[in-house]
Design a protein around this ligand. Structure first.
Ligand code: MF3
Ligand code: CO
Length: 256
């Protein structure tokens, strides 16, 4: 594989898809409250995407190495779950939980990817700080996604920003190119060495997605073959945007 530079026409479509995705994820976030099941959130996300004439990108997605296709539209990862939590009718959100909502959308054949983590009702100060820091880590990564910089600069910026907080940065999962497929080159770790890796070029579209744990960086894959959770069962947060590399400031394609 190699890095795909998007055409003007492709960028137009992905920009529209990103707006739609951000709008759907905002609406789904507003449904998060004590008593709702993660399955209901998934069904709502799927309906909103389909009502817009688009397709949920994760549904039946089977990356290389996965044994089974992903069985839902939305990834819902609660508390110690890091990413790729499978929605379930029996998984009911409760006050104090934190929930990562990760969603992909295909609009006119092209893909965008986005995630947010939100609290259920009132959450602890510790959880608030984890969410806020992870969100800021994403902003820091986006801030260095500029022509002239390299992929390693993104991870380095995120890692340097997070270090004083002593959160675990998940290393086995990463950001990625996106657009023609849900996962394309380049692979974008949330840690790394400045000045290394591929150069950022105008017209690249990438998803940046830091995952921070309130404890060890180590994660384990659950028996369902999809859900990653923290090894020490401490809480984890995740934010993701799809962005366009431009001549100037990066453009967030999944902004509200
Ligand atoms: N945003 C997720 C990622 O980049 C996409 C998950 S695909 C799924 O890892 F199939 F697991 F849902
Ligand atoms: Co992603």
């Amino acid at each position: 594989m190699s890095i795909i530079i998007k055409t003007k026409e492709e960028i137009e479509i992905i920009r529209e898809g990103g707006k739609r995705l951000a709008d759907v994820l905002e609406k789904v976030s507003q449904m998060v409250k004590p008593g709702i099941s993660t399955w209901e959130l998934d069904k709502y996300a799927e309906k909103l995407i389909k009502d817009g004439g688009d397709y949920p990108a994760f549904l039946n997605y089977k990356p290389d190495g996965a044994d089974t296709p992903y069985p839902a539209s939305l990834c819902v990862s609660v508390n110690e779950e890091v990413v790729h939590g499978i929605p379930n009718k029996n998984k009911i959100l409760k006050e104090g939980d934190i929930v990562s909502l990760d969603l992909g959308l295909r609009h006119k054949g092209l893909y965008t990817d986005m995630a947010v983590t939100v609290g259920v009702g009132e959450i602890s100060n510790g959880a608030k700080k984890l969410l806020e820091t992870t969100h800021r880590a994403l902003e820091v990564g986006i801030g260095v996604a500029r022509v002239g910089n390299r992929i390693g600069d993104i991870g380095h910026a995120i890692e340097s920003f997070v270090r004083p907080y002593r959160y675990g940065i998940v290393e086995v999962l990463a950001g990625h190119g996106v657009g023609c497929e849900i996962h394309e080159d380049p692979y974008i770790p949330n840690f790394g060495k400045a000045g290394t890796g591929a150069k950022l070029v105008k017209g690249m579209i990438i998803a940046i997605e830091p995952m921070l744990n309130n404890g060890t960086k180590n994660v384990v894959l659950e028996k369902d073959g999809w859900t990653f959770r923290t090894a020490d069962r401490k809480k984890s947060a995740h934010f993701e945007h799809t962005i366009l590399i431009t001549d100037g400031d990066p453009e967030i394609l999944t902004a509200n």
